[in-house]
Design a protein around this ligand. Structure first.
Ligand code: PMP
Length: 431
């Protein structure tokens, strides 16, 4: 097809798609895509690159909200998924599945300590629901302590453990029995424990709250407090797990083994949605006694195989070490931009490839996100703190790609400042 015609065809795909989004999905998304300069249509992806219908290439540092830990279409994950697609994509569930058994064994080997039994599902929220229910069943107690600003998902139980009022208020009353304490404060956890406490539920780093790192001794202290009071510790590694922070799981930085761990996002290797709740044997008992006490219909063999391949690639190639090695490089380069522009960037922080850049205001973050998109680099805000952009490249990213992304970031920050000055100038004129 000649170029002009190709463009017209691509443009009509965009127009039709956005119109269908407006009519049949959510008109607010269309506004969001436009504001972010992303009113196009995704077409294909490979490695660190996403291509749109115009053939434009975007460097993906958004990771689809941290999903693409191995980049897009990692060959081993695709191959594992394809094998299942061609022989038996969904489990009949009436017969045992070696695909599921192999994944569960690998999960027990990959996770620290004696974390052993897994419940597999399709999202982070579902994994968290399973953990909340198991905590109640295993202890016979109703209360869960979680943290201010936490993000655990949007189903009612997970939402009850989460922190942002905007997402909570319209759905009240939420599930009773949830207490929120300040994040990073182990003493606050201890003070909140009562005779009715079943578990403490924490993210090792608060991802959606703007990449908040707790003090180094936080998790060990909370572990010790939980042990002393006979309370379970659930670590939500949905965002921090699968190598994102430089270790296979973020709790390994402090040598803490939780009683339950929740996983999703990167677990399916960016090829299939997979979530998991993994528990230690003594906690698992209620689910072990009644296999239908907590269950779901679908046996997603494609997802199971993808998750197994993802775990194996991560363990065999020790890809998480790339986040440990290159994460500080990324952080340092972003810090340099902050030093040049402290009037709009208030902080740069993170661990491994989970990095947050905090701006003075959510609107500045949005302008920078749009500026980066126009420079063909994708990043995304955090859900509980719109003024923080999250920068989450895949573990396979190269140093040159990091340089390219930071260059785009630098340009986008300067452009955003220029726009803000222009607006301020216009406002002055109208005064
Ligand atoms: N827990 C954490 C720590 C998360 O970051 C998220 C998603 N951002 C969830 C749970 C919920 O996952 P999902 O959106 O797949 O339900």
């Amino acid at each position: 097809m000649e170029k002009g015609r190709e463009e017209r065809v691509a443009q009509s795909i965009v127009d039709e798609t956005l119109e269908k989004y407006r009519r049949y999905l959510n008109p607010s998304w269309v506004k969001g895509f436009k504001l972010a300069g992303l009113d196009t249509v995704e077409a294909e992806a490979e490695g660190t690159i996403v291509r749109d219908v115009f053939g434009r290439e975007y460097l993906d540092f958004s990771g689809g909200y941290s999903v693409f830990i191995l980049g897009h279409r990692h060959p081993r994950v695709v191959e594992a998924a394809r094998r299942e697609l061609e022989r038996m994509p969904m489990s009949v569930r009436m017969l045992p599945s070696d695909t599921l058994a192999d994944l569960a064994e690998c999960m027990a080997q990959a996770t620290p300590g004696d974390l052993q039994h897994s419940f597999f599902c399709h999202s982070g929220a579902e994994a968290v629901e399973a953990a909340i229910k198991l905590a109640r069943a295993a202890t016979g107690k109703p209360e869960i302590i979680s943290t201010v600003g936490a993000y655990h998902g949007k189903t009612l139980g997970a939402l009850s453990a989460s922190g942002r009022e905007l997402y909570r208020t319209p759905f009240e009353p939420l599930v009773p029995g949830f207490v929120h304490v300040p994040y990073g404060d182990a003493e606050a956890v201890e003070k909140a424990i009562t005779k009715r406490t079943a578990a403490v539920l924490l993210e090792p780093i608060q991802g959606e709250n703007g990449v908040i790192l707790p003090p180094d001794d936080y998790l060990p202290k909370v572990r010790e407090i939980c042990d002393r009071h006979g309370v379970l510790l659930i670590l939500d590694e949905v965002q921090t797990g699968m190598g994102r922070t430089g270790k296979m799981f973020a709790c390994e930085h402090s040598g803490v083994v939780p009683d339950m761990m929740t996983l999703a996002k990167g677990l399916g290797g960016g090829v299939a949605p997979v979530g998991a709740m993994v528990a230690r044997p003594h906690v698992w008992r209620p689910f072990g006694q009644h296999p239908y006490l907590h269950s779901t219909t679908f046996g997603n063999r494609v997802g199971w195989a993808a998750a197994h391949a993802t775990l194996r690639v991560l363990m065999e190639e020790r890809l998480y070490e790339r986040a440990a090695q290159l994460g500080p490089y990324l952080l340092q380069k972003l810090q340099a931009v902050r030093e040049e522009h402290p009037d709009v960037i208030t902080d740069v922080r993170g661990r491994g490839f989970l990095v947050g850049v905090e701006f003075t205001h959510g609107d500045v973050a949005l302008l920078v996100m749009a500026g980066m998109a126009s420079r063909r680099v994708l990043v995304v805000h955090t859900l509980n703190k719109p003024e923080v952009l999250r920068i989450v490249p895949p573990l396979i990213v190269t140093k040159e790609e990091i340089d390219r992304a930071v260059e785009a970031f630098w340009g986008a920050v300067e452009e955003a400042k220029g726009l803000l000055q222009e607006i301020a100038g216009e406002l002055e004129k109208t005064d």
